[in-house]
Write a protein that binds this ligand. Structure first.
Ligand SMILES: [Zn+2]
Length: 194
């Protein structure tokens, strides 16, 4: 069956590109929370036709090809369990997520930079233990000084987060768009743990 997206005629008007499906792992939990695991409707339909996923919920809109007619899935679950990544990569994004997207000196959110707690000029290295999220004001104020010199204090000792920790943090940052069919899969487990 030819399921390449150009052969599909989507009956979804101008918004047809924005019909993503929430992708759940085989344990019915989102593959990732932040960014939320979403597939375009084209990828979702391909995976459906290839029988890699089961459909749990659908949009009202249909896509048609000469051989199939199918409602665009809004929630799918993988048939095979994907093991979550064990090693957390040291990236800007993961660092900001560890710090809850807030400056570790004054608590402000918004535009963030990262700051070496022990300045590089004093031998501080770029690592989970020595880098924190900081707003540009605090970053500027701190410059190449030590915490004591500028009177800054850290509430949390910086360290490498474990995967479960990051996953839980990610749940606090829902995307701008949430389809109603996703809510059951996003929040029921979060609320029970609180
Ligand atoms: Zn700050």
């Amino acid at each position: 069956m030819d399921i390449n997206s150009t052969s599909l005629d989507a009956d979804v008007g101008s918004t047809h590109n924005f019909k993503p499906a929430l992708v759940l792992n085989a344990d019915y939990r989102p593959l990732s929370y932040f960014p939320l695991s979403l597939w375009s409707w084209q990828d979702t339909i391909k995976a459906t036709v290839l029988k890699r996923v089961d459909i749990l919920a659908e949009y009202d809109e249909l896509v048609r090809s000469p051989s199939i007619e199918i409602r665009i899935p809004s929630v799918v679950v993988l048939k095979e369990y994907v093991k979550p990544q064990k090693n957390i990569v040291f990236t800007r994004f993961n660092l900001f997520l560890r710090d809850g997207f807030s400056c570790q000196y004054c608590g402000q959110g918004g535009e963030l930079t990262f700051d070496h707690v022990i300045p590089r000029s004093r031998g501080g290295i770029t690592s989970w233990e020595n880098v924190v999220s900081a707003c540009s004001r605090c970053n500027l104020k701190k410059g190449a000084k030590t915490l004591a010199q500028v009177g800054f204090k850290l509430d949390k000792i910086p360290r490498k987060p474990d995967p479960e920790e990051l996953k839980n943090l990610g749940r606090k940052f829902p995307p701008n768009f949430l389809h109603k069919s996703w809510l059951d899969f996003l929040y029921w487990d979060a609320e029970l743990e609180e």
